[in-house]
Design a protein around this ligand. Structure first.
Ligand code: 26Q
Length: 827
């Protein structure tokens, strides 16, 4: 089936629908009654749908106009390629951006549900694992708000991140059928369907001029059907597009195979095609070698590049040699980096370009962002798998590699060891393609996501490449969007801030600096500081309700809310947090409660389904929580809860209610972190190691407003060969008692032995995360926290200063840096 022809440009003279309360109410009622056939008293999900359609109608003209404005020859554009966009809910976000809160509330008058209740009906679009996916969503928000011509390309997974249940303390996964009721936030654009080839073989031949050329034949093609989601800017009438591809089988499946009588085989083949966009891989570090994952990656890369080329031609361009002047592709980690080879294939095989010309274009439009320092998380694909699935792409990668290694050998003649290290193909028992190397070789820009991370990449993993191309490597410290994470999630604090410094901070977060004078301990500021505390308290009550509902644990809003939410990973060291909790419990049991600060400890996060240790850590947290919460001696001094199914919409309630943000990874292992920034913006204080963006948070907030502890990255590496966890046990009775209590079976009397694997890991001299090395320093930092909490007025001032210093961590700043140094788009 040839793709349908592009439609003519839309009509830019359409009049926008009014946003006044009367017109919003009329349309809302029309959807609710006439379209959905639902009346007052109907389930709130229909009210959610009617309101969403009403809003969506009010996005359409801006969306079309933004598209028309951008669609001119010579206009430069960026494309953000990502296997993940962790979007969360959309309704409230659009209400905020379109400034339609009052009209929406008016429309709901007379209904028994508030705007907040209605918004709760929306399923999170959980099309990502964690930080990397949420970052992509925050980037999209900021690009629209800055009116940057950036389009996101991703996959429309039918099942997003699994839903997590806790049964008997263990994680149980359930599929996330987020599209069951459809979503109002997408528009299918089947007219832009693309065809993506798989399998088959290559044929080398000579064309009429005698030049050697290659055909990829006998492929099994899959159709990529785009679904567009609008990304609204903050009150600026700009609407960008997130284009998500769904895989469907071609018509030939039905025609050829069904008619040939091989009915079951053809159904299997059809399923194989449609499986591509079925489910998000729930690992947040690489799970190597899975064929379906490689299919997903190539499917995204190929469909998106074909579509970008189509768009560029549709805008009136024709001279391909100028493609790189007008287009840049930002690759979110190595996941979509097969795009480097795919663009070469398109230019050389399909567009008849010479290798040299094609390579000049490719290496001027590709840019790569790295998100990890863990060597085990670096993507590698077996050559044999590539050969079977993407034979033409493998040939192209070999050619790229051969030419690249020639360059290496010219610079370092005879240095075979270096050639072996830098080769895109890793030799060995199983030959593998190193995707990060392909990305570096094929890109003009390579960046890390926080200052320390970018430096460690240059000094370590990427060192050889830095010697070859020093100018390629740069840092772009992550951020988060203040629209979702402050204006929407924390309306109380937002109103209070705006009452002092106006509303400009929402789209220019550096303005939060103007809050600093209000943190001073003066009589004039007393009212503001009391109001700040009252807002935090109200937010804590909201979180306490959630914790009660989800965990059946009573959180007292007068206590310190101490929170660690993120994926469960050994390097993130949830275990260190648990050890401290057990230490506090031991102190209570001994009556050692001098200067005690009552605490509510909240931990949440998902474990990759195959990550046994991470799952056992969840069980330990739940077991410890159960013992502590039902021990009458504890008497309200300590509460512990594990919040199930942590996701974007839970963070919207958690961050505004947090007093203490736990950022306690082994130094040098967390590339950046972004939860740390959400907490800071919402006035939490951080207890953290010198790692990732924590360092920049500490520098912005000032050391006196941050609880720093633990070894630094270089100290971790220096200690590693000599690390002796047992010596920490011997020298620190607090630690000894904690470990002894776990070993005694106190937390698992009904399930003996289940925590042995955790004890084994903690006590091993090869523990890569060196948890016990930081225990003492962590406990001491926590004691400082408790002392600081006693002086609530001083704590409040530190809280204000954290928010006031958080301007740098807006993705608006991050996007301006990407644009200024990499994309160079006109705003
Ligand atoms: C790879 C291959 C196969 C299956 C899955 C994957 C995979 C999927 C997701 C590998 C990694 C991820 C996600 C990584 C991630 O979220 N990294 C985080 O990125 C954030 C944004 O830059 C940083 O703040 C975090 O420090 C980093 O851990």
């Amino acid at each position: 089936m040839p793709p349908k022809k592009s439609p003519p440009p839309c009509n830019p003279t359409l009049t926008p629908l009014s946003g006044d309360a009367k017109s919003v109410t009329r349309d809302f009622e029309r959807y609710q009654f006439y379209h959905l056939g639902r009346f007052q008293g109907c389930p709130p999900v229909y009210t959610y749908q009617a309101l969403s359609w009403t809003l969506r109608d009010r996005i359409m003209t801006d969306w079309m106009n933004t598209y028309a404005r951008r669609d001119v020859p010579g206009n430069r554009r960026a494309y953000y390629l990502s296997l993940e966009f962790l979007i969360g809910r959309a309704l409230s976000n659009h209400v905020l951006n379109l400034d339609l809160e009052q009209p929406a509330r008016t429309a709901l008058q007379g209904f028994s549900h508030t705007l907040e209740d209605i918004a709760e009906e929306e399923h999170d679009a959980g099309l990502g694992n964690g930080g990397l996916g949420r970052l992509a969503a925050c980037f999209m928000d900021s690009c629209a708000t800055l009116d940057l011509p950036v389009m996101g390309y991703g996959l429309r997974y039918q099942f997003g991140m699994f839903r997590q249940h806790i049964e008997n303390g263990y994680q149980v996964e359930e599929p996330d059928n987020w599209l069951r009721d459809g979503t109002p936030w997408e528009v299918e654009r089947s007219e832009f369907t693309r065809r993506v080839p798989f399998g088959g073989r290559t044929e080398h031949y000579h064309d009429e001029t005698g030049a050697e050329r290659v055909r990829w034949v006998d492929t099994r093609d899959v159709l990529a059907v785009p679904y567009d989601m609008p990304i609204t800017g903050y009150r600026n009438h700009a609407v960008n597009t997130l284009r998500l591809w769904k895989a469907t089988a071609t018509d030939e499946f039905d025609l050829n195979e069904f008619n040939a009588g091989s009915y079951t085989e053809s159904v299997t083949a059809k399923n194989l095609a449609e499986n591509i966009s079925m489910v998000l891989y729930p690992n947040d570090s690489s799970e190597n070698g899975k064929e379906l994952r490689l299919r997903q990656q190539y499917f995204l890369a190929s469909a998106s590049l074909q579509d970008a080329l189509r768009q560029w031609r549709a805008a009136g361009n024709s001279d391909l040699s100028r493609f790189a002047e007008h287009n840049v592709f930002q690759m979110n980690d190595t996941h979509p980096t097969i795009a480097v080879a795919e663009l070469m294939r398109i230019l050389v095989d399909l567009e008849d370009m010479s290798w040299g010309e094609a390579w000049a274009i490719t290496t001027r439009c590709m840019a790569y962002t790295n998100h990890t320092l863990l060597p085990e998380a670096l993507e590698r694909w077996p050559v044999a798998l590539f050969e079977r699935l993407l034979p033409r792409l493998l040939e192209i990668i070999y050619e790229i590699n051969a030419r690249f290694l020639r360059e290496v050998s010219m610079k370092w003649p005879g240095d075979m060891d270096r050639q072996r290290r830098m080769s895109i193909i890793e030799e060995g028992d199983v030959k593998q393609v190193r995707m990060a190397w392909l990305a570096i070789v094929g890109s003009f820009s390579v960046n890390g996501v926080a200052a320390l991370h970018s430096q460690l990449l240059k000094d370590g993993l990427f060192r050889d490449f830095v010697e070859l191309w020093p100018g390629k490597f740069n840092n772009k410290t992550n951020g988060v969007t203040p629209r979702r994470w402050v204006a929407h999630a924390n309306p109380g604090m937002s109103a209070l801030i705006s009452s002092k410094i106006g509303e400009g901070w929402v789209a220019d977060l550096a303005q939060l600096e103007k809050l600093k004078p209000f943190a001073a301990a003066t009589a004039r500021n007393r009212k503001f500081q009391a109001d700040w505390q009252a807002v935090k308290r109200a937010n804590k009550e909201r979180l306490a309700l959630l914790v009660k509902a989800e965990c059946n644990v009573d959180f007292d809003s007068d206590a310190l809310f101490d929170v660690q939410v993120k994926r469960i990973h050994e390097y993130k060291r949830q275990l260190l947090n648990v050890l401290h909790v057990i230490h506090l419990y031991n102190r209570i049991k001994k009556g050692d409660v001098e200067g005690w600060a009552d605490r509510c400890v909240l931990i949440g996060g998902k474990a990759a389904p195959g990550y046994i240790m991470a799952k056992r850590i969840i069980k330990l947290i739940n077991s410890v929580a159960e013992v502590i919460n039902r021990d009458p001696d504890v008497d309200g001094r300590l509460k512990v809860a594990f919040l199930p199914n942590y996701r974007v919409s839970s963070m919207e309630i958690i961050a505004p209610a947090t007093d203490l943000s736990e950022q306690i990874s082994t130094a040098g292992k967390e590339a950046s972190g972004t939860g740390n920034m959400k907490f800071m913006m919402n006035g939490a204080l951080t207890i953290g190691t010198y790692d990732g963006a924590n360092i920049e948070i500490l520098e912005a907030a000032g050391e006196e407003n941050f609880f720093l502890f633990g070894l630094r990255a270089e100290e971790v590496e220096a200690l590693r060969p000599h690390y002796q966890p047992h010596s920490h046990l011997e020298h620190d009775p607090r630690l000894r008692e904690v470990i002894d209590l776990i070993a005694s079976g106190h937390f698992n009397s009904c399930e003996p032995g289940i925590f042995d694997m955790i004890l084994g890991a903690l006590l091993s001299p090869h523990d890569p995360w060196m948890v016990l090395a930081d225990f003492g320093s962590y406990v001491e930092a926590q004691e400082k926290v408790a002392r600081a909490w006693q002086d609530r007025a001083a704590w409040t001032r530190m809280s204000i200063l954290n928010t006031a210093s958080s301007g740098f961590f807006s993705t608006d700043r991050t996007m301006l840096e990407y644009n200024g140094e990499i994309w160079k788009l006109k705003r």
